[in-house]
Design a binder for this molecule. Structure first.
Ligand code: FMN
Length: 218
C-alpha cells in the first residue's frame, strides 16, 4: 500500500497524519506500506509535448519516474492533499498532470485507491472527490475517502479513525476483488472514449496504440 502526501508542511502536516492512519490500518490488515512525501521531491510540469504518448517515456528526468514506478507496483494507493483555494496543492496537481498517459491507457486499472484531505475551515470533501474522480478516470477503483476541517478538533479525531478503517477496507477490497458496478460502467465508457482518441491518433501515439492492442481493447 502506497501513501502519497501532497502537503508541503512535512512532519507538521495534518493530511500526513490521515495518510499515515490509512497506512496503519492497512498494516493492521496485513499490508506492506510505503510513504511518499511529494513535496520533498523535484517534479517538473507536464509541458504537453505528447512524447509519452509516442514512446511511453517522459522527456523530464526528475523524481516523477520513481513515484510512477511505485504507483504501478502498488495494489493500493492513498492520496492526501490539504485544501488550497478549494483544490489540491500545486504539488499534487503537478503530479496528476504528469499522468495523462495513465488516462489514455487506463494504467490504474485493477488498483484500489482512497483519498484524504484537511481544510482550515471547509472544502475537504470536494478535494477528496476530485482526487478520487481523477484516479477513477485513470482506471482505478475508489473505495472511499475521509477528511476534516481544522476548525473542528473533533472532526480530526473522527477522521483519524475513519482513515484507519479506510486502510483496512482498501486491503479487504484488494483481497476480495469487490465489484463497484457504477465504477465498472464508468471504466467501460472511458475505454470507449479513449479507444476512439487513441485510434484516431494511432500514427502519432504509437506507444499508446500498441498498449491498446496488447490489452485487446482495439
Ligand atoms: C495556500 C493555502 C491555501 C489554502 N486554502 C484553503 C481553502 O481554500 N479553504 C480552507 O478551508 N483552508 C485553506 N487553507 C488551509 C489548509 O487547508 C489547512 O491549514 C490544512 O489543514 C493544511 O493541511 P496540512 O497540515 O496537511 O498542510 C489554505 C492554506 C494555504 C497555505
Amino acid at each position: 500500500m502506497l501513501g502519497v502526501n501532497g502537503s508541503p508542511r512535512g512532519e507538521k502536516s495534518t493530511t500526513l497524519k490521515l495518510v499515515e492512519a490509512v497506512l496503519t490500518g492497512a498494516e493492521e490488515a496485513g499490508a506492506q506500506t510505503e510513504l511518499i512525501d511529494l513535496c520533498a521531491l523535484s517534479i517538473d510540469y507536464c509541458n504537453a509535448c505528447a512524447v509519452c504518448y509516442k514512446t511511453g517515456e517522459c522527456i523530464h528526468n526528475d523524481d516523477f519516474g520513481k513515484v510512477y514506478d511505485e504507483m504501478m507496483a502498488s495494489d493500493g494507493i492513498v492520496f492526501g492533499s490539504p485544501v488550497y483555494f478549494g483544490s489540491v496543492t500545486a504539488q499534487m496537481k503537478t503530479m496528476i498532470d504528469r499522468m495523462s498517459d495513465a488516462v489514455h491507457c487506463q494504467l490504474l486499472l485493477g488498483k484500489r485507491i482512497a483519498s484524504v484531505s484537511t481544510a482550515g475551515s471547509q472544502g475537504h470533501q470536494e478535494v477528496e472527490d476530485y482526487i478520487n474522480r481523477v484516479m477513477v478516470a485513470m482506471g482505478a477503483t475508489a473505495v472511499g475517502s475521509t477528511g476534516a476541517d481544522m476548525v473542528d478538533p473533533a472532526g480530526m479525531e473522527l477522521a483519524l479513525e475513519e482513515a484507519r478503517q479506510l486502510g483496512k477496507t482498501l486491503v479487504r477490497e484488494i483481497q476480495e476483488g469487490t465489484i463497484h458496478p457504477g465504477q465498472e460502467e464508468f471504466h467501460r465508457t472511458m475505454r470507449e472514449r479513449f479507444g476512439r482518441v487513441v485510434g484516431a491518433n494511432k500514427e502519432e501515439w504509437t506507444h499508446e496504440y500498441e498498449h491498446w492492442k496488447k490489452m485487446g481493447w482495439l
